[in-house]
Write a protein that binds this ligand. Structure first.
Ligand code: MLT
Length: 206
């Protein structure tokens, strides 16, 4: 493994300047979201790491103490580790470090939100499916150039709607432009919201 490229990952070249950082959910891996990424933006390059933490054999991006209760020290450390990996991958694969869009699902959406809060320079935009508040930083970053789209299920047994609202408020307080869509669904994604997210991304000028 190359120095700095210390996550098992997939990289797929694209035909545009944009790169999607795909972040899978608990129990997923680096292959899982590639079809979703292709659907969301067929032209973008794809960087898809596998979370390094194992919970009963299931990969995740950071440790949790219980469902929805995160190990904040581990989350912070893993967020910086992931941001450093993304920077090293941009150099290695020669993609633009200022045109990275995270696409995260569940645990992957949570670490994407944590990247926005702790290492805001890593991402220009993000599509977050089923995200929660990962942590509340001591000092809010300036996210005024970040464009965010959040998809939440109004019957999600893991994430109450109030938790999604709390995340939206936190990101808006950091001055991010946030689009929030509640869909008639639980924790699983729907085809319709994937299409809506992809239309939103197609309109973005980065
Ligand atoms: C998390 O641990 O990040 C959330 O509870 C979502 C999940 O189950 O992965």
């Amino acid at each position: 493994m190359k120095a700095g490229l210390d996550f098992v990952h997939e990289f797929v070249r694209g035909s545009s300047k944009r790169t999607l950082l795909l972040l899978h959910g608990t129990g997923g891996n680096e292959h899982d979201l590639i079809p979703l990424g292709r659907e969301i933006d067929p032209a973008a390059a794809i960087l898809s790491p596998r979370g390094k933490v194992l919970e009963n054999g299931m990969p995740r991006f950071f440790r949790r103490l219980a469902e929805g209760v995160f190990d904040e020290e581990d989350l912070k450390r893993r967020t910086h580790e992931l941001a450093d990996f993304v920077g090293a991958a941009a150099q290695h694969y020669e993609f633009a470090a200022d045109k990275i869009v995270a696409v995260g699902y569940s645990n992957g959406a949570n670490i994407a939100a944590s990247l926005l809060l702790l290492r805001p320079e890593t991402l220009r935009a993000a599509v977050l499916f089923r995200a929660m508040v990962p942590l509340v930083p001591e000092k809010l970053p300036d996210l005024s150039s970040a464009r965010l789209w959040i998809g939440a299920g109004n019957q999600d047994p893991i994430i109450p709607m109030s938790e999604t609202q709390r995340l939206v408020e936190l990101l808006r307080r950091a001055r991010a432009e946030v689009t929030i869509r509640f869909v008639n669904a639980g924790h699983s994604l729907t085809n319709a919201e994937v299409e809506t997210a992809s239309l939103w991304l197609a309109e973005l000028t980065i």
